[in-house]
Design a protein around this ligand. Structure first.
Ligand code: NDP
Length: 246
Protein backbone atom coordinates (compact mmCIF):
# COMPACT_ATOMS: atom_id res chain seq x y z
CA UNK A 1 0.00 0.00 0.00
CA UNK A 2 1.38 3.46 -0.85
CA UNK A 3 2.05 5.62 2.17
CA UNK A 4 -0.39 8.47 2.83
CA UNK A 5 1.18 11.96 2.70
CA UNK A 6 -0.87 14.84 4.10
CA UNK A 7 0.10 18.33 2.93
CA UNK A 8 -1.70 21.20 4.65
CA UNK A 9 -2.46 24.14 2.36
CA UNK A 10 -1.73 22.02 -0.70
CA UNK A 11 -3.75 24.31 -2.95
CA UNK A 12 -1.32 27.20 -2.45
CA UNK A 13 1.81 27.94 -4.47
CA UNK A 14 4.32 25.87 -2.51
CA UNK A 15 1.80 23.28 -1.36
CA UNK A 16 0.73 22.37 -4.89
CA UNK A 17 4.34 21.76 -5.96
CA UNK A 18 4.86 19.59 -2.88
CA UNK A 19 1.69 17.58 -3.64
CA UNK A 20 2.78 17.05 -7.27
CA UNK A 21 6.27 15.91 -6.22
CA UNK A 22 5.01 13.50 -3.56
CA UNK A 23 2.48 12.03 -6.01
CA UNK A 24 5.31 11.44 -8.50
CA UNK A 25 7.11 9.48 -5.77
CA UNK A 26 4.08 7.22 -5.36
CA UNK A 27 2.52 8.60 -2.19
CA UNK A 28 -1.23 8.80 -1.85
CA UNK A 29 -1.46 12.57 -1.51
CA UNK A 30 -4.09 14.24 0.63
CA UNK A 31 -4.38 17.96 1.15
CA UNK A 32 -6.42 20.31 3.29
CA UNK A 33 -8.10 23.56 2.31
CA UNK A 34 -9.70 26.29 4.39
CA UNK A 35 -13.43 25.68 4.96
CA UNK A 36 -14.01 29.13 3.38
CA UNK A 37 -12.12 28.23 0.17
CA UNK A 38 -14.77 28.29 -2.58
CA UNK A 39 -12.25 27.32 -5.31
CA UNK A 40 -11.18 24.06 -3.68
CA UNK A 41 -13.35 21.69 -5.71
CA UNK A 42 -12.27 23.37 -8.99
CA UNK A 43 -8.62 22.96 -8.02
CA UNK A 44 -9.17 19.32 -7.13
CA UNK A 45 -11.01 18.61 -10.39
CA UNK A 46 -8.30 20.32 -12.46
CA UNK A 47 -5.47 18.44 -10.76
CA UNK A 48 -7.25 15.11 -10.94
CA UNK A 49 -8.10 15.69 -14.61
CA UNK A 50 -4.31 15.76 -15.02
CA UNK A 51 -4.18 12.35 -13.33
CA UNK A 52 -2.83 13.14 -9.87
CA UNK A 53 -5.49 11.34 -7.86
CA UNK A 54 -5.35 13.85 -4.98
CA UNK A 55 -7.83 13.77 -2.12
CA UNK A 56 -8.80 16.95 -0.29
CA UNK A 57 -10.49 17.70 3.04
CA UNK A 58 -11.70 20.97 4.53
CA UNK A 59 -9.80 21.87 7.67
CA UNK A 60 -8.99 25.01 9.62
CA UNK A 61 -5.44 24.18 10.66
CA UNK A 62 -5.62 26.71 13.49
CA UNK A 63 -8.46 24.80 15.13
CA UNK A 64 -7.55 21.67 17.10
CA UNK A 65 -10.89 19.89 16.68
CA UNK A 66 -11.01 20.63 12.98
CA UNK A 67 -7.58 18.96 12.60
CA UNK A 68 -8.67 16.02 14.75
CA UNK A 69 -11.82 15.43 12.69
CA UNK A 70 -9.90 15.81 9.44
CA UNK A 71 -7.16 13.30 10.29
CA UNK A 72 -9.69 10.82 11.73
CA UNK A 73 -11.67 11.02 8.49
CA UNK A 74 -8.53 10.51 6.37
CA UNK A 75 -7.64 7.45 8.46
CA UNK A 76 -11.14 6.01 7.90
CA UNK A 77 -11.29 6.80 4.19
CA UNK A 78 -7.72 6.12 3.12
CA UNK A 79 -5.37 5.06 5.92
CA UNK A 80 -3.06 6.49 8.57
CA UNK A 81 -0.98 9.55 7.74
CA UNK A 82 2.70 8.54 7.51
CA UNK A 83 4.09 11.77 6.06
CA UNK A 84 2.85 15.14 7.33
CA UNK A 85 3.90 18.40 5.68
CA UNK A 86 2.82 21.38 7.80
CA UNK A 87 2.77 23.92 4.99
CA UNK A 88 -0.34 26.08 5.50
CA UNK A 89 0.53 29.61 6.50
CA UNK A 90 -0.42 33.26 6.24
CA UNK A 91 1.12 36.69 6.67
CA UNK A 92 -0.38 39.88 8.13
CA UNK A 93 2.57 42.23 7.75
CA UNK A 94 2.71 45.55 9.55
CA UNK A 95 4.96 47.33 12.00
CA UNK A 96 4.62 46.39 15.64
CA UNK A 97 3.19 49.85 16.33
CA UNK A 98 0.21 49.13 14.07
CA UNK A 99 -0.19 45.45 14.89
CA UNK A 100 -3.32 44.52 16.84
CA UNK A 101 -3.79 41.50 19.08
CA UNK A 102 -5.99 40.01 16.35
CA UNK A 103 -3.18 40.40 13.77
CA UNK A 104 -0.82 38.62 16.14
CA UNK A 105 -3.27 35.85 17.06
CA UNK A 106 -4.33 34.88 13.54
CA UNK A 107 -0.74 34.57 12.33
CA UNK A 108 0.47 32.58 15.34
CA UNK A 109 -2.61 30.36 15.21
CA UNK A 110 -2.29 29.59 11.49
CA UNK A 111 1.49 29.18 11.30
CA UNK A 112 2.37 27.74 14.72
CA UNK A 113 -0.69 26.38 16.56
CA UNK A 114 -1.38 24.48 13.34
CA UNK A 115 1.86 22.55 13.71
CA UNK A 116 0.83 21.35 17.18
CA UNK A 117 -2.76 20.71 16.06
CA UNK A 118 -1.81 18.53 13.10
CA UNK A 119 1.28 16.80 14.49
CA UNK A 120 -0.68 15.82 17.60
CA UNK A 121 -3.13 13.84 15.45
CA UNK A 122 -0.48 11.75 13.68
CA UNK A 123 2.46 11.31 16.05
CA UNK A 124 1.21 8.44 18.21
CA UNK A 125 0.53 6.37 15.10
CA UNK A 126 3.96 7.14 13.63
CA UNK A 127 5.65 6.08 16.86
CA UNK A 128 3.58 2.86 17.04
CA UNK A 129 4.48 1.98 13.44
CA UNK A 130 8.15 2.92 14.00
CA UNK A 131 8.15 5.13 10.91
CA UNK A 132 7.07 8.65 10.18
CA UNK A 133 8.10 11.94 8.60
CA UNK A 134 7.01 15.42 9.68
CA UNK A 135 8.23 18.40 7.67
CA UNK A 136 7.45 21.92 8.84
CA UNK A 137 7.61 24.76 6.33
CA UNK A 138 9.05 27.74 8.18
CA UNK A 139 10.77 30.79 6.63
CA UNK A 140 14.08 32.59 6.37
CA UNK A 141 12.33 35.40 8.23
CA UNK A 142 11.93 33.11 11.24
CA UNK A 143 15.73 32.73 11.21
CA UNK A 144 16.75 36.36 10.74
CA UNK A 145 13.66 38.45 11.58
CA UNK A 146 12.02 40.84 9.14
CA UNK A 147 10.74 44.40 9.29
CA UNK A 148 6.94 44.33 9.69
CA UNK A 149 6.79 40.64 10.59
CA UNK A 150 7.04 40.35 14.37
CA UNK A 151 4.02 38.03 14.29
CA UNK A 152 5.15 35.89 11.33
CA UNK A 153 8.82 35.71 12.32
CA UNK A 154 7.91 34.69 15.88
CA UNK A 155 5.57 31.95 14.66
CA UNK A 156 8.07 30.65 12.11
CA UNK A 157 10.93 30.67 14.65
CA UNK A 158 8.65 28.83 17.08
CA UNK A 159 8.24 26.01 14.57
CA UNK A 160 11.92 25.23 14.85
CA UNK A 161 11.89 25.06 18.66
CA UNK A 162 8.99 22.64 18.35
CA UNK A 163 10.86 20.58 15.74
CA UNK A 164 14.07 20.25 17.75
CA UNK A 165 12.24 19.30 20.94
CA UNK A 166 9.95 16.71 19.36
CA UNK A 167 12.85 15.19 17.41
CA UNK A 168 14.53 14.46 20.76
CA UNK A 169 11.40 12.62 21.91
CA UNK A 170 10.72 10.48 18.83
CA UNK A 171 14.04 9.98 17.02
CA UNK A 172 14.55 6.49 18.47
CA UNK A 173 11.18 5.44 17.06
CA UNK A 174 12.05 5.83 13.39
CA UNK A 175 10.31 9.18 13.16
CA UNK A 176 12.03 12.26 11.77
CA UNK A 177 10.81 15.82 12.17
CA UNK A 178 12.56 18.63 10.35
CA UNK A 179 12.01 22.24 9.37
CA UNK A 180 12.61 23.80 5.97
CA UNK A 181 13.21 27.55 5.92
CA UNK A 182 12.64 28.89 2.40
CA UNK A 183 13.72 32.33 1.31
CA UNK A 184 11.74 34.22 -1.31
CA UNK A 185 9.94 31.72 -3.54
CA UNK A 186 7.95 32.77 -6.62
CA UNK A 187 4.44 32.05 -5.34
CA UNK A 188 1.61 34.55 -5.13
CA UNK A 189 2.65 35.35 -1.53
CA UNK A 190 5.76 36.93 -3.09
CA UNK A 191 4.75 37.84 -6.65
CA UNK A 192 2.03 40.04 -5.10
CA UNK A 193 4.88 42.33 -3.99
CA UNK A 194 5.11 45.27 -6.45
CA UNK A 195 7.64 44.59 -9.23
CA UNK A 196 9.73 47.68 -8.43
CA UNK A 197 10.06 46.59 -4.78
CA UNK A 198 11.00 43.06 -5.87
CA UNK A 199 13.67 44.41 -8.20
CA UNK A 200 15.08 47.18 -6.01
CA UNK A 201 14.80 45.67 -2.52
CA UNK A 202 14.39 41.90 -2.63
CA UNK A 203 16.41 40.50 -5.52
CA UNK A 204 19.57 42.41 -4.47
CA UNK A 205 19.48 40.47 -1.17
CA UNK A 206 19.65 37.11 -2.98
CA UNK A 207 23.13 36.12 -4.19
CA UNK A 208 21.60 33.68 -6.70
CA UNK A 209 19.88 36.71 -8.26
CA UNK A 210 16.40 35.26 -8.61
CA UNK A 211 13.43 34.00 -6.62
CA UNK A 212 13.35 30.32 -5.69
CA UNK A 213 11.02 27.93 -7.47
CA UNK A 214 8.30 25.99 -5.62
CA UNK A 215 9.68 22.82 -7.24
CA UNK A 216 13.04 23.42 -5.54
CA UNK A 217 11.38 23.44 -2.12
CA UNK A 218 9.29 20.40 -3.10
CA UNK A 219 12.48 18.53 -4.00
CA UNK A 220 13.82 19.12 -0.50
CA UNK A 221 10.56 17.93 1.02
CA UNK A 222 10.81 14.79 -1.13
CA UNK A 223 14.33 14.12 0.11
CA UNK A 224 13.26 14.50 3.75
CA UNK A 225 10.52 11.90 3.23
CA UNK A 226 13.02 9.38 1.84
CA UNK A 227 14.80 6.46 3.51
CA UNK A 228 18.14 8.17 2.73
CA UNK A 229 17.09 11.03 5.01
CA UNK A 230 16.51 8.79 8.05
CA UNK A 231 19.55 10.32 9.82
CA UNK A 232 18.38 13.92 9.30
CA UNK A 233 16.44 14.84 12.40
CA UNK A 234 15.64 18.08 14.21
CA UNK A 235 17.30 20.02 11.40
CA UNK A 236 16.35 23.43 10.06
CA UNK A 237 17.35 23.39 6.40
CA UNK A 238 17.73 26.71 4.59
CA UNK A 239 16.76 27.05 0.94
CA UNK A 240 17.20 30.70 0.12
CA UNK A 241 19.66 31.24 -2.77
CA UNK A 242 22.33 32.26 -0.27
CA UNK A 243 20.29 35.12 1.18
CA UNK A 244 20.98 34.13 4.77
CA UNK A 245 23.88 31.91 5.85
CA UNK A 246 24.92 30.87 9.32
P1 NDP B 1 -0.05 30.48 -0.33
O1 NDP B 1 -0.74 31.69 0.21
O2 NDP B 1 0.00 30.27 -1.79
O3 NDP B 1 -0.65 29.17 0.34
C1 NDP B 1 -0.95 29.12 1.71
C2 NDP B 1 -1.87 27.96 1.95
O4 NDP B 1 -2.22 27.93 3.35
C3 NDP B 1 -3.16 28.04 1.17
O5 NDP B 1 -3.33 26.82 0.48
C4 NDP B 1 -4.24 28.21 2.24
O6 NDP B 1 -5.40 27.45 1.98
C5 NDP B 1 -3.58 27.60 3.46
N1 NDP B 1 -4.17 28.15 4.68
C6 NDP B 1 -4.10 29.41 5.14
N2 NDP B 1 -4.81 29.52 6.28
C7 NDP B 1 -5.35 28.30 6.54
C8 NDP B 1 -6.17 27.78 7.57
N3 NDP B 1 -6.57 28.52 8.62
N4 NDP B 1 -6.53 26.47 7.50
C9 NDP B 1 -6.14 25.71 6.46
N5 NDP B 1 -5.34 26.14 5.46
C10 NDP B 1 -4.96 27.43 5.50
O7 NDP B 1 1.44 30.55 0.27
P2 NDP B 1 2.76 29.79 -0.16
O8 NDP B 1 2.46 28.58 -0.92
O9 NDP B 1 3.68 30.79 -0.70
O10 NDP B 1 3.33 29.41 1.29
C11 NDP B 1 3.29 28.10 1.82
C12 NDP B 1 4.10 28.07 3.10
O11 NDP B 1 5.44 28.44 2.82
C13 NDP B 1 3.58 29.04 4.17
O12 NDP B 1 3.70 28.44 5.44
C14 NDP B 1 4.54 30.21 4.04
O13 NDP B 1 4.64 30.93 5.24
C15 NDP B 1 5.84 29.48 3.70
N6 NDP B 1 6.83 30.30 3.04
C16 NDP B 1 6.59 30.84 1.79
C17 NDP B 1 7.57 31.59 1.19
C18 NDP B 1 7.39 32.19 -0.16
O14 NDP B 1 8.30 32.91 -0.59
N7 NDP B 1 6.29 31.92 -0.87
C19 NDP B 1 8.86 31.85 1.83
C20 NDP B 1 9.00 31.22 3.10
C21 NDP B 1 8.02 30.49 3.67
P3 NDP B 1 -6.72 28.13 1.40
O15 NDP B 1 -6.31 28.78 0.09
O16 NDP B 1 -7.65 27.00 1.24
O17 NDP B 1 -7.12 29.14 2.43
Amino acid sequence: MPRVALVTGGMGGLGEAICVKLAALGYTVVTTYSPSNTRAQDWLRNMNDMGYGFKAYPCDVGDFDSCKNCVEQIAKDIGPVEVLVNNAGITRDMTFKKMTKADWDVVVRTNLDSVFNMTKQVMDGMVERNWGRVINISSVNGQKGAFGQTNYAAAKAGMHGFTKSLALEVAKKGVTINTISPGYIGTKMVTAIPQDVLESKILPQIPTGRLGKPEEVAGLVAYLTSEEAAFVNGANISINGGQHMF
